[in-house]
Each structure stands twice: as structure tokens, then as C-alpha cells.
Write a protein of this length. Sequence first.
Length: 208
Amino acid sequence: MGIEAHRRKISNEKQAAIIRAAQEIFLTHGYTRAGMADIARDADVSTATLYKHFSSKEELFAAVVKDVARETVDYESLISQGDTARDILYKVARGYLSTQFDNHANALMRIVIAEVPGAPKLASEMYDLLSTRRHEKLRAVIDEMVRNKLLKPHDTEFGVRIGSGALKELFVWPALFDASYTLPPDTDEKIHRCIDAYLALFGVEENS
């Protein structure tokens, strides 16, 4: 058992090294120009070892996206007892933007957009990991706020789309078309203006 555990540990460490190296090369060179041999070299593994873990470049890119998705904020863990609706929505918005800007989600999305014509499956996988699953997590928070009477009962599916859509319009779309774009100095001000609009629609009087 000790030997098997050691082997699994080494295998997991190699896989993690491959994913780290792959992310760096994908971000630097894009998907098409990223070479599996280069990734193996930077991960300090053989090409055979790389293919043992990932059978294709597409599978490896999906693993990189999954790794970013795993780092996506657990929004429910941000909530503290006594938080107002504004407190929660602010934390959620900041967590959302952290995934996009700190975890390289914007850069990976730019790569996927560029590769859609030749590799449409990449876009489908990334949408599922970084959009659909995150949407579900966000909706769980909004549903909980409704149950706790911090928000009015409403179509939370639609509500999440309104809230996340505002963040995308203000911060994500500019970053997709400009690789040098960073969060502006007035980010907090813009977030609170989005919250004002959300609470005007769905807030209960004492929390708006």
C-alpha cells in the first residue's frame, strides 16, 4: 500500500506540473502554436508521460480550463452571518471578477474564441465549465438570499443573468477585446452601481 500510495502521489504531482506548464504555454502561444513536446519539456516529464496523462492537446486544454474552474470562488462560503444583501452581492461580484482576472479566465476565453472555427468542442467545454457551472453556483446564492428574505421572491434564473450580464458588460467584454485591460480604479464604484440597480428590482426595503 505504501508503494502504491507513493506512485499515486508522484503521478498526481506530474499531472499537476503538466497542467501548470500547459497553462503557461497556452497563455503565451495560444492553442494552435502550443506544442505538446514543449509542454512536456517545461513540466520536466517525457512526452510519453504527458500522453499517458492526456491523450491529446484538446484534452489537456480542457484540463487547464477545469483547473481554473476549480479555483472559481465558492460563493456560498463568502457569506457571513449578519451580512446585508449589499454585502453579499458585493462579495459575489468581487469573487466573479477574481476568477476572470486573477485566474486567467479572460485570457483562456480569448484563446477559445480564436480557436472556435477549428476546434468548436473547446468552446463547448469552456462554456460548460466557466459559464453554466458558475451560473448554478450564483443562482444557489441568490436562492438562499430569497429564502432568508434578503431579496424579494423572483425568477432567480433571470436575476442571475441580469447581475452577471452587468459585470460582463462593464468588465469582461472589454478584457476579451484588449489583452492589456485591467480592472479600472473605479471598479468598486461600478460594482455598487450594479448592486443599486439589482436591489432596486429585487431588494427588500430594509436591505436596499
